[in-house]
Design a binder for this molecule. Structure first.
Ligand code: ATP
Ligand code: MG
Length: 439
């Protein structure tokens, strides 16, 4: 709010300053210098005195009247030679002085006026100029008043702008909070706004969009769930039928074929189970959160790992503490990463855990071929496997990382892939928010 308002403030001030200059230049061009005008108004009494009292005097009394004025006035009146005055006024004003007009010099609080043009007042009077110093001209004061006037106008403009932007800002804050929650997976969240709110129509559209997305996700999830579920029965029937067939088969060749078919069926069964697990992970409702000792959880993951050629080292920082998590899901995510590392490591795997600033980081790294930088996000897509001959040899559906990420995200954490600087292969990092942060 403050930032937007500050920008508005600066913008309004800049426009008002620009408008002031434009007004000044336009007025000077069309009607003469406004500062001159102000000075003329401020020196109006002295000008009146010269024009009405001194000038209107008969020629022989002129000097006497001027002296009278000199005596009673605080303004200093002098007579100077025309040439000297012409030099002092300079520029465009010289012509006006020559014509016998009153020439003001606001900066020096001075005015010039020729005594007369024909020398009718006294001998040589057409060669002299009446100069009045110390005129009560204060341009600074006038400018301050102008500035104050503009500032009052600007503030008067800013008050409605502030009120207007405040109502917008509050609405936008509510919308962005809703978008954050929606983005983090809480698909049922909606923006609640009064119909009188300025951005109510926008909120309505966003709610509508959120509703559509929620429906689509829900129908996709339930489709995936139903298809996987429906596949279980025919698979079970096929398994049963194959076992019967196997028992009755006499031909050893047929036995081999049946065994291969059973292997394929087992793979299909695994896939269906993984798909079912994945569809369950689409909502936080499936979480069974408890307070877990992280150290113990990590050791369980290592113990549950099948035996493999690669050596597994563990490096756990002291005092890892506890996390609020679903132990089964988190353990499964870590297990997925460890099994992947076993598949791809050349000889070493490192499981490490430490406390970072506001999260706990669990990292699994290996000395295998690693993952090219442009593939590091794609490998988290379901069924995505790197097109490497090795991947085909290692088997798997390409669902493990996708399931692991979903599980970690459900805990409010994140899972990313990077390069392992220590071992040279891939490094997967699970970052979990600390228990005190609300998770
Ligand atoms: N530690 C690793 N080193 C190199 N590549 C990896 C590593 N872990 C994963 N990958 C790449 O990411 C792909 C996706 O991994 P993911 O675990 O999702 O699937 P998978 O292991 O192939 O199959 P599944 O886990 O479903 O049995 C893998 O096929 C592999 O190409
Ligand atoms: Mg895997």
């Amino acid at each position: 709010m403050n930032r937007i308002f500050f920008r508005f403030f600066v913008l309004v001030m800049l426009s008002i300053t620009a408008a002031t200059f434009v007004i000044y230049f336009a007025f000077s061009r069309l009607f003469g210098d406004p500062l001159d005008d102000i000075a003329r108004r401020q020196a109006a009494a002295q000008i009146f005195l010269i024009e009405q009292y001194v000038d209107k005097a008969p020629a022989d009394e002129w000097l006497a009247r001027l002296n009278n004025v000199r005596l009673v006035s605080e303004v200093r009146y002098d007579l100077v030679p025309l040439e000297q005055a012409r030099q002092q006024v300079g520029g465009a004003r010289r012509a006006a002085l020559d014509r016998g007009e009153i020439v003001l010099d606001p900066a020096n609080k001075t005015l010039y006026r020729r005594v007369d043009l024909e020398g009718e007042r006294y001998i040589g009077s057409h060669e002299e100029v009446l100069v009045a110093h110390n005129l009560p001209i204060d341009i600074g004061q006038a400018l301050k008043m102008e500035a104050l006037r503009y500032i009052i106008v600007a503030v008067a403009l800013l008050v409605p702008i502030a009120l207007w932007s405040r109502s917008h800002w509050q609405g936008l804050q509510a919308l962005s909070g809703m978008a954050d929650e929606f983005g983090s997976g809480k698909l049922s969240v909606r923006a609640h706004m009064k119909p009188s709110a300025s951005i109510y129509p926008l909120a309505e559209r966003i709610n509508h969009m959120a509703g559509r997305i929620e429906d689509l996700m829900e129908s996709q999830r339930s489709l995936l769930h139903s298809v996987s579920h429906e596949l279980r029965t025919p698979i079970a029937r096929l398994e049963f039928a194959l076992e019967l067939l196997d028992a009755r088969a006499k031909d050893p060749d047929l036995h081999k074929r049946i065994a291969a078919m059973e292997g394929d069926l087992a793979e299909l069964n695994n896939l269906v189970n993984e798909l079912l697990d994945m569809s369950k992970l689409d909502s936080a409702r499936s979480l069974q959160v408890a307070t877990l000792d992280l150290h113990a959880l990590l050791q369980e993951c290592c113990a549950a790992l099948p035996h493999a050629a690669a050596r597994l080292d563990c490096e756990f920082a002291q005092g890892l503490g506890e996390v609020e998590a679903d132990g089964r899901l988190l353990g499964r995510a870590i297990g997925n990463l460890l099994r992947n590392a076993q598949k791809y490591a050349a000889g070493r795997i490192l499981l490490s855990a430490r406390r970072a600033q506001d999260a706990i980081e669990i990292a699994v790294e290996d000395d295998g071929p690693g993952i090219p930088e442009d593939e590091r996000e794609k490998i988290f897509d379901p069924f995505y496997r790197l097109d490497r001959s090795r991947d085909r040899a290692t088997g798997g559906f390409g669902l493990g990382l996708s399931i692991a990420r979903k599980a970690v995200v459900l805990h409010g954490g994140s899972l990313r892939a990077e390069a392992s600087t220590g071992l040279g292969g891939a490094r997967f990092v699970i970052a979990l928010p600390l228990a005190t942060d609300g998770e």
